[in-house]
Structure formats: C-alpha cells, structure tokens
Design a binder for this molecule. Sequence first.
Ligand code: PLP
Length: 367
Amino acid sequence: MRTERAGAELVIDLDAIAANWRALRDRVAPGVGSAAVVKADAYGLGVGPVARALAAAGCTAFFVATPDEGAALRRVVPEATILVLHGVPPRAEGFLARHRLVPVVNDLGELERWRRRAATAGGGDAVLHLDTGLNRLGIPPEDSQRLIDRPELVRGLRVTWMSHLACADEPGHPMNAEQLRRFRVLLGRLPAGPATLAASAGVLLGPAYHFDLVRPGYALYGGNPVAGAPAMRPVVRLSARILQVRRVDTPGSVGYGAAHRVTGARNIATVPVGYADGFLRSLGGRGSAVIDGWRAPVVGRISMDLTTIDVSGIPSERARPGAVVELIGETRTVEAVATDAGTIGYEILTALGRRYPRHYVGGTVAA
Ligand SMILES: *Cc1c(COP(=O)(O)O)cnc(C)c1O
C-alpha cells in the first residue's frame, strides 16, 4: 500500500502479463503467431500500460472489440496490427482505414462495404469470422457456402479466416472437435489464407487448434480458463486497509437487512471496498479476505463502498484499523473470488472499479 490516504488500491503486475503472454507463445509452434486480446480496456486493467508491456514483450497484434477501442489503442502501439472484433459498423470504413484498423468481418454486407473501400485504396486486410456453432457473431454456414461458390467476393483483400469456440474451457466437450472439424472443412474449400481459432482456453486444447495465430485474452491477465491446467502468473492484487473493528455480541447483526446474525461475540472489521468497486454484491456472506495469511469470511451484505469481514479468529494486533486486507491476489485468486460470487473470473476483472488508485509494477516501458 503506497498511499495512506487511499483506503484501497489495485496493483497490476505488467511483468506477469508479459510472462503469461510468453508462456502461451511458448506453447505454440514457432511459426504460429500470438496476438493479445485487449478489449474492454484490457479486461479492465488499463489498455495503455498493458498494451505497452505486451508490445515490449514482442506482441505485434492486438484484438479489441470496437473501432473506438482500436483508435485509442493506435495511439499506444503505433506500429502494431489492431483487429476489431465488432466488424465494420455502417459508415465506419473511413474511420477504420484512418486508424489502420483491420475489421473482423461478421457478415457479407460488411464484407462488400470493406472490399469496395479496399478496392479504392488499393487493397486491404480483413479477418473473416466464420460461425462454426457459437451462433453469436460471424458469417453463418449458408453465407460461408456463398463465399465458397463465389471467391470473387473476397478478391483484392488479404483474408485471415477466424472462428471462435463455444466450449474450449471444457476440454472434453464434443463441441470442440466438432467446431474444429467444421472450420477445417471450410478452410479446405475457401480461398487460401491464414487462420485463427484459439482464445486462451483453445491454446490449451493443443496444436490442432492453433492454426496460424492464437488470440488469448483472459490467461494474459492471470486467469486460468481451464481447471487443472498449469496456473498462469497472478496479475492483479486488490487490497484495502481496515477502517474500523467492532465487537458485536448477541443479539446483534451486521450490515443492511440485518442479514448476518452473530452467534456469540464476534470481531467485525470494515474495509472500504464495495460493489461500486467491483467487489460484487453476490459476495455478501460468501466471499472471504486474507490478512497476513489469515482468512476472514465476508459477513453480511456488501454495501456500495464497504464490506464487513469476521476477524474473530485473527489476533487483534493483526486485524486492527489500518491493517492491509487482501481481497484479490495470490491467496485469493480471481477464480476463487468468481466461484464465491457465482460468476467467472472474466466478470471479476472487468468489473474492477475506477475509484481506487491503480499502481502498475514491472514493465520495461514507463506506464
Ligand atoms: C474475447 C475473445 C477472445 C479472447 O478470449 P479469452 O477467453 O479471454 O482468451 C478471443 N476471440 C474472440 C472472438 C473473443 O471475443
């Protein structure tokens, strides 16, 4: 904790992000590229420092969700390839071209608009997203067939073929092999071009899923998308200082709704992090925190700005006002917090609030 004034702080380890990117890159064959997905402000961790650290580690291609995210990222990594997952919004062709953004094209109308633009500009790049079963975004099978029948629809474009897996976090799920099969069949019939299928979990499915480019996001940020796979290096530490410790005895309760009733005398510590900081309200009565290696369960409801933890089992000289409580970190992993909250680690990361100071450690380029 650097700032006594700040009750809570978020530390983001840029060296760990770079190490996670290298660890995934080392799982793919030498000729296979490793991009980084940095949509949603690099999963809530800050796209500026994160992309700079990844570029310094050797990453040259970045995926974002929207054209605006792409334009913001262009200022951070002037030379990199930036790919925009949400495609070519109406009349956005000029914007994409001006910021040198490569759209991930999701339907044939977008394709035609982007191809016309590329024709006047003397060529262009596009990623064509083929839906192989996710049924969320991408070119549906009947339109993929039209591309097979009419290869002139992509003439003049340098095309990379993409698809996205629905169940990669469950390695044994039959959908993985089925989507892989469908993707391969399409690639065998479409005009030749490099291909990309795997996000974080897909990288762990093995080389058959790697094709020419992998595009992990979550694992870079310390997430472990597949249970039992080798752990990624933790990246995020959310900690807070205890504001107050109260002795509560029966008959008494803690917090809104009197939702937590004490049984016997308990020591309750209050920390300045709440659901407005991304410490989800569903963690009320279910989450936990760690003080000097001692676990303290979250009791009562999470408030907007405050959380109460039961520190009765912890020596009072440790669980005292000003003591540092870890809410997310090496001892409270993103996955553990997500499990307590009934969600996934992705939501924990992207919900992290904007109120506390963020400290970036590591990184070869100043943040
Ligand atoms: C978000 C996203 C990724 C990255 O997924 P992770 O599970 O975070 O690695 C890759 N590809 C597409 C199409 C995505 O939407």
